[in-house]
Design a protein around this ligand. Sequence first.
Ligand SMILES: [Ca+2]
Ligand SMILES: [Ca+2]
Length: 366
Amino acid sequence: MTLLTKLSILFISALILTACGGSSGGNASSNSSSSSSASSSSGSGGNQAPLANAGENQTSTIGQVVTLDGSASSDPEDQALTYQWQFSSIPNGSNTTLTNANASMPTFMPDLAGIYSLSLVVNDGSVDSESDSISITITDSARFYDDFAGSGELQNYVSNNANSLPDVARADGRYRAQVTDNSNNITLHFNTFQGRLDAQLVSFPFEAIARNIGIGTLADSQSAASASGNPYIFAGLQVHVSDLSDTNSSHVVVGHRGGTHNTIEGKNTVNGSSSVNDAGANIAPNGRADIRIVGNQDRTLTVYWQQPNLTPSETDDNWTLYNGTGNLPNSNPAFGEQVYVGLITYAFELGGLPFVGTCDSLEIIY
Ligand SMILES: [Ca+2]
Ligand SMILES: [Ca+2]
């Protein structure tokens, strides 16, 4: 082959590549017969490049699996896409890695607080997209803890309907809600009734533990309140939608439920309509139990209880799923990302009054 022939071939090849757009040499020869019609296309041979969509920026906490979502990526010709995710920056010292980096929805486990930046490139079988980027901001998980140390008013709570139960305080290291008046069922939590809630605003996922919570006498919160007359009197934990005027909540309370004494009651209230059941008579023989509510990533709740573990730092917990499943009756409300989680004490009508709601400590990790 003469030098002139070689130069001619190179020149002709260059013309063909230019006519095809030249962005993907691998397709140039196979599509050369249609090169004239592709000359105005941004891709090769009439094929347009796909569009990567790395999803919305997210915030989460250390130790919670983050799921990325590239499923809104697209291709003008609806060609099947492959995915290439990678970190563009992670916090100094992080050892995290992507799981399924070539899937539309890979995951990673953030191990340090900070910003995790990622890019996504998709490919339609012949052409790469431009990359799309996303930032995931990770914070330390937060912890609220109240051991009700000292005496005086509760501190650092949002109180809803505080007037319905005015006498709530810390008393020698315990929550003390004194119920002496329930006229017009003012303390009741049922259907559209909403008594007092003392709560923290937290985000899913979360875990809330109330220890030694339940009902006692005014003279001694650690003496079981009388069950004579089959009263409805309780104290426990409530999870409430972030709009406190909405009648959407779930709760788990300990006390007397009419003829079912010393029990744990579970309730879902959805748009002002309550579904309620209990865990059976005398499972909390002193009218008190430890209650644990896990708010899952999918905004459902899993409920546990145990006999009061009065020295939790020294003794292992031994949690039991509420009614074997951990589920409250029927469906819980459609909780948003944030909910209020806190303490309620309430009665139905006047039987069993006066009594106190009591609790040793409230811990919420979120
Ligand atoms: Ca395409
Ligand atoms: Ca305490």
